[in-house]
Design a protein around this ligand. Structure first.
Ligand SMILES: *Cc1c(COP(=O)(O)O)cnc(C)c1O
Length: 217
């Protein structure tokens, strides 16, 4: 099955990069996939999933969580502040912290709850106007600001421009992480996760290569 093939390719890439076995987390991106495909992957024993919309995740995951133990959910899509409360209740990690207003809101919720999901700062490495993420030049200051708010910043995340060589973006993100003392690197998707591993990815986000093409209603 596809999940097994992808895990095998990931393990090989990790070994080839001379990195420790199991040091890269495979996030199975299940957004807009039919529930039976998601269930097939759960049945295979996989437990770590990525969704890009809070509402969609709320619609499908509680039922799976009632039947399968140990599910870990990662939010990988843009987060509006008015959905932040639901997001912190539902997700174990949020990969898309990208602006001060959201940081302030998450900090307030974290205070209230005494807990907060792991946070990745999204960096718009391609400086694309239509894409979320802070600009590379603003990343250091924004990371510092999030830390001052006592937020659990564990890493950085990027989505390279479709038409550019992803390696350049992976290298840039790795540099930002390193100079800020961050271990987490959320980068690499179906078409380039092996390359991302070479550049130090700790979390790869793989959707269509595991589940098949997305089915949009
Ligand atoms: C959809 C999505 C993915 C997965 O993309 P595939 O090409 O299907 O692997 C990864 N990251 C983000 C942020 C996404 O929105």
């Amino acid at each position: 099955m596809a999940l097994h093939d992808i895990q095998t390719r990931l393990d090989a890439a990790v070994a080839e990069a001379g990195r420790a076995p199991g040091s890269v987390t495979l996030i199975a991106v299940s957004k807009v996939q039919p529930p039976e495909r998601v269930e097939a992957v759960l049945t295979e024993g996989h437990r770590i999933f990525g969704e890009n919309r809070v509402q969609e995740a709320q619609g499908r995951w509680p039922a799976f969580q009632a039947r399968y133990d140990g599910i870990e959910l990662h939010l990988i899509g843009p987060l509006q502040t008015n959905k932040a409360r639901q997001a912190v209740e539902m997700f174990d990690a949020i990969h898309t912290l990208d602006r001060p207003k959201l940081a302030t809101t998450l900090a307030r919720l974290a205070q209230e709850r005494g807990a907060c999901p792991d946070l990745f700062i999204q960096v718009n490495t391609g400086e694309e106007p239509q894409k979320a993420g802070c600009l590379p030049a603003e990343a250091d200051a924004f990371i510092a600001q999030a830390r001052e708010l006592d937020l659990p910043v564990t890493g950085v995340m990027c989505i390279p421009p479709v038409e550019e060589e992803a390696s350049l973006h992976f290298a840039l993100l790795a540099k930002i992480a390193e100079r800020n003392g961050l271990d987490g690197l959320s980068m690499g998707m179906s078409s380039d996760f092996e390359k991302a591993v070479k550049f130090g990815a700790t979390h790869v986000r793989v959707g269509s290569a595991i589940f098949g093409d997305r089915v949009y209603a």
